[in-house]
Design a protein around this ligand. Sequence first.
Ligand SMILES: *[C@@H]1O[C@H](CO)[C@@H](O)[C@H](O)[C@H]1NC(C)=O
Ligand SMILES: *[C@@H]1O[C@H](CO)[C@@H](O)[C@H](O)[C@H]1NC(C)=O
Ligand SMILES: *[C@@H]1O[C@H](CO)[C@@H](O)[C@H](O)[C@H]1NC(C)=O
Ligand SMILES: *[C@@H]1O[C@H](CO)[C@@H](O)[C@H](O)[C@H]1NC(C)=O
Length: 294
Amino acid sequence: MATPTASQASYPESAVARTLLLLLLGWVLGQVTGAAGTTDVTKAYNLTWKSTNFKTILEWEPKPINYVYSVQISHRLGDWKVKCFSTTDTECDVTDEIVKDVNQTYVARVLSYPMGASTTSEEPPLANSPEFTPYLETNLGQPSIKSFEQVGTKLNVTVQDSRTLVKMNSTFLSLRKVFGEDLSYILYYWRASSTGRKTAKTNTNEFLIDMDKGEDYCFLVQAVIPSRKTNQKSPESSIECTNYGKDMSPEMFFIIGAVVFVVIIIIILSVSLYKCRQTKAGHNTKENSPLRAA
Ligand SMILES: *[C@@H]1O[C@H](CO)[C@@H](O)[C@H](O)[C@H]1NC(C)=O
Ligand SMILES: *[C@@H]1O[C@H](CO)[C@@H](O)[C@H](O)[C@H]1NC(C)=O
Ligand SMILES: *[C@@H]1O[C@H](CO)[C@@H](O)[C@H](O)[C@H]1NC(C)=O
Ligand SMILES: *[C@@H]1O[C@H](CO)[C@@H](O)[C@H](O)[C@H]1NC(C)=O
């Protein structure tokens, strides 16, 4: 009597469980096919050029989920060149394309493709970049001071001529070679004891300025292209200072050297004197020990 009641009770329970299971399966299948069916491909946005000394990277948003991007670049009348094919990145280095002609105006576009289907017949979502003219728009990188030298009351400062990725006859051109006389450097200099900045300008990479005698100076440089409307100036270089202490350093070196030499001599002398005495003392004890033992 207990058995039928048990089976009667269990039958509806398993039916409910089965229905629930089917519902769950259906929901899972629906989710899977839904995801595969929609293939959410997002159009890229916020396309921006990041360029310094002609090293040029196109950046965009958003990070792709289950799709990929391809980038194409062209100058005004040219064909589209494919860069960064089927990438999940949100940036693409296009330097080798734009250095072919830095005076051209380029435009790039970012296409979004479903994963593993980079050649769909359908028109992929596509976003265009702003125009970019490397010669006018690339940022000037932070310059550095290659060397400086004080000659009497003159200070000679030489700016490092940085290498770019622009090639000619298969050699990389320096920034000066690419921009020629369009590029200037500004030197900001001041007496170490004051803060009043003076400036000097050159369209070579060298400065020769007058200094007050016996004063230390600090200075930094900045690259500038005066003919540009925007992006005229580079960041400032790090600061360098002259140092009269440095000028005296050969003398100081000699004095310190002499002192060290004297100290070493004294140490050697005292050590050998001490040893001398010890051996004498040792002789004494050796001579004495048999007596003591006896
Ligand atoms: C992207 O562009 C939108 C406007 O188009 C702007 O509101 C947003 O701040 C930008 N995002 C970033 C990270 O630059
Ligand atoms: C680019 O244009 C500038 C100014 O218009 C010119 O001085 C320079 O020689 C040009 N550079 C190249 C590589 O064509
Ligand atoms: C300044 O220094 C540079 C590099 O040391 C040197 O080539 C140049 O001849 C110097 N100029 C003057 C005017 O002393
Ligand atoms: C590059 O080579 C050509 C000929 O091959 C020459 O006329 C030109 O002066 C060279 N340019 C540079 C910057 O060396």
